[in-house]
Design a protein around this ligand. Structure first.
Ligand SMILES: *[C@@H]1O[C@H](CO)[C@@H](O)[C@H](O)[C@H]1NC(C)=O
Length: 225
C-alpha cells in the first residue's frame, strides 16, 4: 500500500516535470525561417518578417496551396548530373508557417547531388526509380562518422537537420527521388560552392591552410566554382 502510493507520487512528479519541460520549450523564440532577419526600426522600409507576410485570408484561393509540374524531370545535363526541383514557400505560398516542403531530385546515370547541408531542415528521401548511394557525416563532436546506404526504388532514408549529405546515382539509368523537408525554407549550402565559389572569394591562404593543400590548387578550385 505504502510502496504503491510512493510510486504513484513519483509518476505524478515525473509527469509534472515533463509538462514543465514542454512548456519551457514552447516559451522559446521561434526558429529562424531564413538565413538572417536583421531588425529595422521603421517597418515601412521592411521587406520580410521571419518567413513571409500573410495574405488577407479573404483573398486566399485554392491556387495558393497548389503547385503543378513535379511529374516533369529537371535538366540533368549540368556538371553534377543532377537537378533539384524544389517546392518551398517560394514556389508554394500556402506553405508559409507550416514547417514543411518538398523536392524532386533527378539524376543522370552516375550523376550526383554533391555534399551539401540544409541548415533548417531534416530531409526524408524516397527513391522512386533507380539506385542511389547516399550518406551523411555526423558533426565534429560525434567524430565525423559517415553513414551510407545503397537505396533502391521504394527505399526511404533520413538525413538529420544540418548534417552534410550526398546522393550518387550508381545505376546505368536515370534515377528519381522525392524529398520531404521539415522547413518551409530549409536552405541549401553546397559545400564546394560555399567554400570555393563564394562571392567575393575567401582568401586562398585560409583555404590552403584549412585543406592543407597548395595555394595553386585552391586558386584552381576557386576558378572552377
Ligand atoms: C534544372 O532543370 C530546370 C528545368 O529543366 C532548368 O531550368 C534548370 O536550369 C536546371 N538546373 C540546373 C542546375 O541544371
Amino acid at each position: 500500500m505504502m510502496k504503491g502510493s510512493v510510486l504513484m507520487y513519483l509518476q505524478l512528479a515525473t509527469v509534472a516535470l515533463l509538462a514543465l519541460a514542454c512548456s519551457l520549450a514552447f516559451a522559446s523564440d521561434p526558429s529562424p525561417l531564413q538565413d538572417f532577419c536583421v531588425a529595422v526600426d521603421k517597418y515601412d522600409s521592411a521587406v520580410f518578417v521571419n518567413g513571409k507576410f500573410c495574405k488577407d485570408p479573404k483573398d486566399v484561393k485554392a491556387e495558393d496551396f497548389f503547385r503543378p509540374g513535379l511529374n516533369v524531370a529537371g535538366d540533368t545535363s549540368g556538371r553534377q548530373g543532377s537537378n533539384v526541383t524544389a517546392v518551398t514557400v517560394n514556389e508554394l505560398p500556402g506553405l508559409n508557417t507550416l514547417g514543411i516542403s518538398l523536392a524532386r531530385i533527378d539524376f543522370a546515370p552516375y550523376g550526383q547531388n554533391p555534399p551539401h547541408t540544409h541548415p533548417r531542415g531534416t530531409e526524408v528521401l524516397f527513391v522512386l526509380e533507380g539506385t542511389l548511394y547516399v550518406g551523411f557525416v555526423t558533426s565534429n563532436g560525434d567524430g565525423n562518422r559517415l553513414f551510407t546506404k545503397v537505396l533502391n526504388a521504394g527505399d526511404v532514408f533520413v538525413f538529420p537537420v544540418g548534417l552534410v549529405h550526398f546522393q550518387l546515382n550508381i545505376g546505368k539509368s536515370n534515377a528519381i527521388a522525392f524529398a520531404g523537408l521539415s522547413s518551409q525554407n530549409p536552405g541549401v549550402i553546397t559545400i564546394a560552392d560555399a567554400v570555393f565559389g563564394s562571392e567575393p572569394p575567401i582568401n586562398p591562404d585560409v583555404l590552403s591552410k584549412a585543406f592543407q593543400v597548395d595555394k595553386n590548387l585552391v586558386e584552381y578550385l576557386q576558378k572552377l566554382f
